[in-house]
Structure formats: C-alpha cells, structure tokens
Design a binder for this molecule. Structure first.
Ligand code: F0G
Length: 458
C-alpha cells in the first residue's frame, strides 16, 4: 500500500503520434536529444528524478549558505553518522564528483581497482587516474537469461584472487562493492558477501569502498533474502552492511532522495584529510563541497527517509510489480527484478535485429514512438567495445509515478513486443569524438529496408 500521497502535481502530456515521430527524427533517433516536454513517462534514469517529501521541501528553507561552518553541513554530517555510521563527510556536487575526490585520493597511475561491476562514471574516474578498472561479477550476473540467484550483484572473490595472482597486491589500492549493482541489472549484494570482501580487502591491504548509491534498496533485499536478517530492520541492515567499509562514495540522487548532491564518508583520518584537500580543488570548501546549504538539508532528511521500512518496501515492490507484469506478458526481462529498474533483453525481444544495428536502441525508440515512454539503451550502442548483453533499462524514479502510469508503460512495451517484426534496426549517422560517450549525443537513422547498390561510379 502506498505510504504517501500527492501534494504538488506536475502536468505531463502524451504528444500525438505525429509529434512523437517528428521529435524522434529531430533527435536523430537518440532519446537523450528529445525534449523532456515531449516525453510522457520518463524512465531514462532513477537518478535525481524522484519527488522530495514535504519534510525535505521544508528543510530547504533552513539552508545555511555560509561559505564556512554551515549548520546545514552539520545536519548532513549527523544524518550520515546516524544512518550510515561514518563520522567524516566530504560533500560533492553529485556521485561522480565524490568519485573524483575519492579515487583521485586513493588511486595512482598503473594501479588496478577491483569492483563487483564498475558503473560507467566509476570506471571513467579510475581510468582517468591512469589505473585499470577490473570487474569481478559472479557468474551469470550479466546474463539476462540466467534467471539467477538471490544475490546476483555479489563480488566474486575467486575472480579477484586471479587478478591478485596476476598483478600482485601492491598494485591494488582499493576494492569496491557497488550496492545494488547497477551494471548487473540492479541486483543486490548480500551482507555475507560484504563481509568476505571486507576480509579480502584487509588481507591484501586495500581500502574497502562501498558505492552506496542504492544502499537502502539493497538492505531491503537483504531483509527479504538473507536468513540471518529475518528480524532486522532495513535501517539496522544498512548500518551493518555499510559498517564493513573503510569509505563510502555516494550519489545522493538515488537513495539520498534528492535531485542533486553526493559525498564521500569515511572513518579513516588520513583518507579524510586527502579527500578534504582534493575536494577544495574540485568541489568547494569542505563544509559545502559543491552543494548549496539547502541541498545538504534536503539530503540529510532524505537519507533518514530512505531507510524507513514503509518507504523502501513500497519503492522496491513498485519496481518488482512492474517488472513481473512485463514478464507475465511474455516480455523477456532480467529476473529476479532489480531494485531501481526493469531490464529488458532486447536481443531476445527483437531477434531479427543484429547487434550492429543496435536492437536495444531500436527498442528504446519504438517505446517512445508507441507510448511516449523514454528508457535507455545499455548494449552495443552505449558500450561499443564491451561484451555486454543488449539491455534496455526502464528506471523508476522514486515516489513519482503510480499504477496508471505503469499500466500505460506495460501496455506500450507489450504492444511493441507483440509487433516486434516491424521494428527496424538503426545505424550511426554521426560519429562523436569519444566513442565511450557516443550514446549521449550520437545521431542515428533507420537502416533502409533495401540496401542501395554499392557499385562504384568512378
Ligand atoms: N555510482 C553508481 C552505481 C551510479 O548508478 C551512478 C549514477 C553514479 C555512481 C554516479 O552518480 O550520477 O550522481 O554522478 N547513475 C545514474 C544512472 C546516472 O542513471 O544509473 P551521479
């Protein structure tokens, strides 16, 4: 049952089919280029797109915008201490700002960083330090057809030991656990795996970092699936799981329930000092670090709300019900359903479209044309050189959409899926300079139904 009601409404509009066709063509068949006003249900991301509570809006007014010693920073610090258990906090403008502060302080050229699966910005920040990001997912984590286990987000210690055999322990300054594992369909990580990773990191003398973006959703899965925590609250589980880390890196735009903001938190004084000084260079003075005082207030309240049992149960169940409905309709989705999004296996949904014609992107475009629904491709268009499944992610903003919206999305996806043979592949029409980032800006065009003659006219 919902545990909130609507106090402020925002008008949304389903543009006509003709308007949608025009918008998509103008956007070069890339939904990142479509105006938000032309989108009806926006499932591009769950990051920074949720609704704040009345308590958070009220807290905004208390924002202390002092450059130094802001009391809003103190309230953020005490929320991080209470909810996550860490005494020292370096705020940043969002998650990737915090990643720059943390990995810039921890990682040197030639190093190797291990992670259950690096999220894109994490990978980029590690690489930016001249280091090598290496993923250690468990078997089946990226296989949408594995219909796998309860904790497919886990970190594979066996894989990590192979890397250690290869590069030695001195080359590995940090071991990272991303909870939930966004790049493995939002699957959770168990507390027992967290303990093993902590032991492993201690053994090789590496800093154990948790990317805690979706820590509350992860704790909810633990409460359901890990016997040891049958009687524990989500708040207790979160404290316990995060407590094994030496440092947290956080995007407040997810389980901080705010539209912008992030931080690094640690109980290691040397690391804190290093992060604090790097933050001054890249983010701001340590008592605001890239955030407005008012935003730190909203984040302080949001962190406490995120571990409230009623909130997080409603959140994860909404995503699950939506995903299971698609599965019941025969749409090939990654199961079990993850915490923040439903992932569709586009290669299975559109078998007639080969990988070099971007089946995921074709599916994203078709969902927009069919129902004004915006998702995101996470396959061969977004990751040109990686061996990834052709996934489309429908990410669910927090406290934003209700059952009628999900009925519409499910109907849209079902009707695209039923009529899948008419969907055409796409090809690149522009070539942005950085291939890893091409999916944000590249333009595409439908592959013609008949291939034009290639005879030379010279
Ligand atoms: N880590 C993870 C696991 C993330 O999912 C994200 C962002 C970040 C770090 C970076 O945080 O956006 O605040 O700079 N994920 C968003 C997404 C963008 O759509 O999944 P940020």
């Amino acid at each position: 049952m919902p545990t909130y009601r609507t106090k402020v409404s925002e008008r949304i509009r389903l543009p006509s089919r003709t308007e949608r066709e025009e918008a998509l063509e103008t956007a070069g068949y890339n939904v990142f280029n479509v105006d938000a006003d032309d989108v009806y249900i926006d499932l591009l991301t769950d990051s920074g797109t949720g609704a704040m509570s009345d308590e958070q809006w009220a807290a905004l007014h208390r924002g202390d915008e002092s450059y130094a010693g802001s009391s809003s920073f103190e309230r953020l610090e005490s929320a991080v201490r209470d909810v996550m258990g860490f005494p020292q906090v370096v705020p940043a403008h969002q998650g990737r700002g915090a990643e720059n502060v943390l990995y810039g302080s921890l990682v040197d050229e030639g190093d190797v960083v291990l992670n259950n699966t690096h999220f894109d910005t994490t990978r980029a920040h590690v690489a930016n330090q001249g280091a090598r990001p290496v993923d250690c997912p468990v078997d089946g984590a990226r296989d949408p057809t594995a219909r796998g286990g309860q904790f497919d987000g886990n970190f594979s210690i066996d894989r990590a030991r192979e890397i250690v055999d290869d590069v030695g322990t001195d080359a590995i300054p940090a071991v990272v656990l991303t909870i939930t594992n966004n790049s493995a369909a939002g699957q959770p990580v168990s507390v027992s795996n967290t303990r093993e990773v902590a032991r492993f990191a201690a053994e090789i003398d590496a800093t154990f970092v948790i990317d805690a973006c979706r820590f509350a959703e992860n704790a909810y899965f633990v409460s359901e699936r890990e016997d040891e925590f049958d009687d524990a609250t989500v708040a207790e589980i979160a404290r316990e799981q995060l407590g094994y880390a030496d440092a947290l890196v956080m995007s407040g735009k997810k389980d901080g329930l705010v539209n912008v903001g992030g931080f690094v938190a640690t109980d290691d004084d040397d690391l804190y000092q290093a992060c604090k000084h790097r933050a001054i260079l890249y983010e701001g003075f340590p008592t605001y670090g890239g955030m407005a005082g008012r935003d730190m207030e909203a984040l302080a309240v949001g962190l406490r709300e995120a571990v409230e049992a009623a909130y997080v149960a409603d959140r994860v169940e909404q995503v699950r019900q939506f995903g299971e409905r698609l599965a019941d309709d025969g749409v090939p989705v990654y199961e079990p359903i993850g915490g923040h999004a439903v992932y569709i296996d586009a290669a299975a949904a559109l078998p007639q479209i080969p990988a070099d014609e971007f089946p995921g992107q074709a599916l994203v475009c078709e969902c927009y044309l069919e129902g004004g629904v915006r998702g995101v491709e996470l396959g061969s268009f977004a990751f040109p050189d990686a061996d990834r499944p052709e996934l489309v992610r429908l990410a669910v903003p927090r406290r934003t959409y209700g059952p009628a919206h999900f009925d519409h999305v499910a109907e849209t996806v079902r009707s695209v899926f039923e009529d899948h043979e008419s969907v055409r592949g796409l090809r690149l029409a522009s070539d942005p300079p950085i291939p890893e980032l091409r999916h944000f800006t590249a333009e595409l065009e439908p592959v013609p139904t008949t291939t034009p003659s290639t005879t030379s006219t010279e």
